[in-house]
Ligand binder design. Structure first.
Ligand code: G3H
Length: 256
């Protein structure tokens, strides 16, 4: 039976694009993809561009995401952004636990869990990133690593909250390297993630939750991933920065 899950393609711009560049990008993609159906399209610009893009995206089906959030409501956390600050600007999604944040900003499974809970409490959809590094893959630990990350990230949620989340499987060795997991292999890991979710919350939740693949996805390769039964979208870095390439990704996605 074909999946009833709508594909979700999210652009993670990381620390790229000024506000002017972000607005220019949206001007170029809004007409070609701004009214496409049967796909969820999310743009996660740097914080500085969020307010401007909120205006540019209104009236389109392009949704706004953020790349990080703090778990507290407010407080003495210099440099941080709260969930309410994001929702006020029309942000609907937030990336949580990206491997770059885990590696460079001391994000742990415990803080990822607190961020997931805070996001859901504010009706922000967390895009929860999990994935193994090269040494872990070579040691045959991929399944156990992603399973542990998922259990910890979604800990304390009930099924109705968990099914709001999106999971992104991003093998660290494939991010920005041009090296990617084969579609079949990525699907095996995503299936394992879904089985882990089923063991935590039941089959109904596991069948509803959307799982993306991320890691050097390109317009030429995205379809291979989306044709897999357990892959429901992509979290894209480099190939989402160029308007033409991004339009290519979305066009390919709707042919799933
Ligand atoms: O969040 C996106 C991922 O880190 C993938 O980045 P990439 O498409 O440049 O490999």
């Amino acid at each position: 039976m074909p999946s009833l899950r709508t594909p979700i393609i999210a652009a993670n711009w990381k620390m790229h694009k000024t506000t002017a560049e972000s607005k220019q990008f949206v001007t170029e993609v809004r007409d070609p993809i701004g009214n496409m159906e049967n796909v969820t399209i999310v743009i996660c610009p740097p914080f500085t561009a969020i307010e401007s893009l909120s205006g540019c995206l209104s009236g389109t089906n392009l949704l706004l995401g953020a790349q990080n959030v703090h778990f507290a409501e407010e407080g003495p956390y210099t440099g941080e952004i709260s969930p309410a600050m994001l929702t006020e600007l029309g942000v609907r999604f937030v990336i949580v636990g990206h491997s770059e944040r885990r590696a460079y900003f001391n994000e742990t499974d415990a803080t990822v869990n607190r961020k997931v809970q805070a996001a859901l409490h504010h009706r922000l959809v967390p895009i929860v990133c999990v994935g193994e590094d090269l040494a872990e893959r070579e040691a045959g630990q991929t399944f156990s690593i992603v399973e542990s990350q998922i259990r910890l990230a979604l800990g304390g949620l009930d099924a109705s909250a968990a099914e709001q989340a999106v999971v992104a499987y991003e093998p660290i060795w494939a991010i920005g390297t041009g090296r990617s997991a084969s579609a079949a292999n990525a699907n095996e890991v995503c299936r394992h993630i879904r089985q882990t979710i089923a063991s935590l919350f039941g089959d109904t939740t596991a069948n509803k939750i959307r799982i993306q693949y991320g890691g050097s996805v390109k317009p030429e390769t995205i379809q291979d991933y989306l044709q897999q039964p357990d892959i429901d979208g992509a979290l894209v870095g480099g190939a989402s920065l160029d308007p033409q390439s991004f339009v290519g990704l979305i066009r390919a996605a709707i042919q799933k």
